[in-house]
Structures are given as structure tokens and as C-alpha cells.
Design a binder for this molecule. Structure first.
Ligand code: AMP
Ligand code: FES
Ligand code: ZN
Length: 317
């Protein structure tokens, strides 16, 4: 197969775009498409001060690389979750993020959950009832909260994550299979800023996962290839598999499923129960963040509970 632009040997064929490209033209196309998405979806403006949430995986490192090329002032944020499970997953993902930052002369802020909050994510999951002992629920809550706080405290205009179209389509499938209306309402490539919450954007939401992987590989970015060990039985992986099966039979179906949802959501009358709904009046008594019901926000009450129940046993007991 030949590159549509120059006729040299193509390295990737993107059937949903009917576009095959060689390495050089793919890299140029990828950066231009990211810029186009940022403008088309009004994610943020040129010159915005960007905080990139970096997991050490291909998507977020590729995103950091592309945004730097596009001239955005951007720093990285890595959240150390303390996931070991015999594979030193967190240590190795942090090392990938740090190595990337060092190689490219970029600035990475690291927030370690155990050091700042007294327990790793797996430890926290064992002592709370959130997520029935599985770490994913407390992990998601903690990551979202800490990312938002770091972005607000650092005075950033926008927090960006590396979510790609496969991630978004799998989430959409989960949300529609269970008709989670509040989640459907807040599933968007842009969540505008509001008091207590930084603007959040997903500049890669129109790329297939294989495209972000191709960018990282062609750029020689060293990233952690495994998924989190706790995601092995996650529903999202199952939904990705199902969507890929549909995509094999009908190229472009995954893209159509997700992008037509984005169009449809503008016509749907939501009740305002999701993150996009009106701001609650109540403020968390511990951190001051707006919160729905209760004295404390979910993050503060969860971690207070974790610290109370995760006290190490005294010597001799
Ligand atoms: P995931 O939910 O693991 O698919 O990750 C989605 C996005 O969240 C990644 O592309 C990153 O931008 C961000 N992210 C995930 N884990 C971390 C982490 N430990 N620290 C900072 N950002 C993260
Ligand atoms: Fe959070 Fe797996 S439990 S990344
Ligand atoms: Zn709070």
C-alpha cells in the first residue's frame, strides 16, 4: 500500500478515513489533526497554560509531545498510585513519564498518593466499601480529584488527558448499556471551567488507539505497554474488544458510534444530574470544593475513612 501524499510505502492504513500514509506524512498529519481538533471543538486557545495528566502510557506521552510541538506551554502531572501487584506497575510507569520529561527538557510534577494521603490505592480499596474492594473506583475518584486540585493550585487554564476514541467509545457503550444518564451528560471532550473545577479537555478524542500507538512508536517514545493489573477484568476492556469486532466487519463503525453520540447529545435534554449540571451550593467542610449533598466531598470523606481504618497496628499487638 502506498502513501496517499507522497507515494512512498505506507506504514499505516486508516480505513475509517480511507487514508494510508508513510511514517513522515503520518507524523505531520497526526500533529495537524490534533491542532484541528483543539480548534474545532474549542478545547482551549493558543497560548493557554496546559497541564497534561501523564500516566506513562502511549496516549498521554504522545499528547505531551504533540502539544509541545504545537507551541503550548505545558507541564506534566503524574499521580503515583502505589500499584505494585508484583509487577511494580506504578514505579515503572512513573519511570517512563520521568524519562520522557528528562529527555525532552519538560517539567513533571509528581503527586504520590501514599506520601500525601497515607495509603496506596490498593490499601485504600481494602478498607473502603467503594467498588467492593476493587481499586478502580477509589482510584478514579482520587485521580480526578488530585488532577483537578493540582491544575487549580498551579493556575493552569486547562487540564488535558490522553483519552482516545477507543476509550471514549468503550465508555459510551458502558454508559448506554446501563443508561447512566448522569455519566452520558458529562461524557464530552470538553468540560468548561466553573468555580472549584478547572477546564478539562481530551484533544485525542478523535484518534483511534492504533493511531496514538503508531505516533508513540514512530517517535521512539518509551512508554509502559501493560494496562494496570487491576484492569484485566474491567468492563471497558470487554467493550473495546466488542467494538473492535464490529469495526473489523464495518470499518468506521466505532468512530460513527462515538461521533454521532456527540452530535446527538446536543439535541438531548438532560436533567442536569451530571458534572455538567448546575453547581451545587454546598461546599466540602474539609477542602471547600462544591459538593452534592453531605458535609464532605466524596474524596475527603473516603480518604478520612481510609486514614482512620488503615492505621498500622501498634508494636506488640
Ligand atoms: P485511563 O483512565 O488509565 O485510561 O487514563 C486516561 C488518561 O488519564 C490518561 O491518558 C492520562 O492522561 C490520565 N492518567 C491516567 N493515569 C494517570 C496517572 N497515574 N497520573 C496522571 N495522569 C493519569
Ligand atoms: Fe487505577 Fe488501575 S486501579 S489505574
Ligand atoms: Zn473535600
Amino acid at each position: 500500500m502506498k502513501c496517499r501524499k507522497c507515494g512512498r510505502k505506507a506504514v499505516i492504513n486508516m480505513r475509517q478515513h480511507k487514508l494510508a500514509l508513510c511514517a513522515q506524512d503520518f507524523l505531520t498529519w497526526f500533529v495537524k489533526q490534533t491542532e484541528r481538533t483543539i480548534h474545532r471543538d474549542a478545547l482551549f486557545e493558543q497560548g493557554s497554560n496546559v497541564l497534561v495528566a501523564v500516566s506513562g502510557g502511549k496516549d498521554s506521552l504522545a499528547l505531551w509531545h504533540v502539544l509541545q510541538q504545537l507551541g503550548y506551554p505545558c507541564n506534566g502531572l503524574y499521580i503515583g498510585l502505589g500499584i505494585d501487584d508484583g509487577s511494580a506497575y506504578s514505579d515503572r510507569s512513573r519511570a517512563c513519564a520521568q524519562q520522557f520529561a528528562d529527555q525532552h527538557g519538560m517539567n513533571l510534577k509528581v503527586v504520590d498518593v501514599a506520601a500525601s494521603h497515607g495509603a496506596t490505592i490498593p490499601e485504600a480499596a481494602q478498607v473502603t466499601r467503594r467498588g467492593a474492594g476493587k481499586p478502580c473506583s477509589v482510584c478514579g475518584l482520587t485521580r480526578r480529584y488530585l488532577m483537578n486540585r493540582a491544575a487549580l493550585e498551579g493556575g493552569y487554564d486547562v487540564l488535558v488527558t490522553g483519552h482516545n476514541l477507543d476509550d471514549e467509545a468503550a465508555t459510551l457503550m458502558g454508559n448506554t448499556m446501563n443508561w447512566l444518564v448522569g455519566y452520558l451528560e458529562s461524557q464530552a471532550p470538553l468540560l468548561p471551567e466553573k468555580p472549584g473545577f478547572v477546564r478539562k479537555a481530551k484533544p485525542f478524542h478523535r484518534f483511534y488507539e492504533r493511531e496514538t500507538a503508531a505516533y508513540a512508536l514512530l517517535r521512539g517514545i518509551d512508554y509502559i505497554q501493560e494496562e494496570c493489573p487491576y484492569s484485566a477484568d474491567a468492563k471497558s476492556i470487554y467493550y473495546k474488544k466488542v467494538l473492535n469486532q464490529i469495526e473489523t466487519d464495518r470499518p468506521g463503525a466505532k468512530q460513527a458510534f462515538y461521533l454521532s453520540f456527540l452530535q446527538a447529545r446536543d439535541q438531548i435534554q438532560f436533567t442536569g444530574s451530571g458534572e455538567r449540571g448546575p453547581l451545587p451550593d454546598a461546599r466540602c467542610s474539609t477542602c471547600g470544593q462544591p459538593t452534592r449533598g453531605g458535609r464532605q466531598c466524596a474524596f475527603c470523606s473516603t480518604w478520612q475513612n481510609v486514614r482512620a481504618r488503615n492505621k498500622p497496628l501498634e508494636p506488640g499487638r
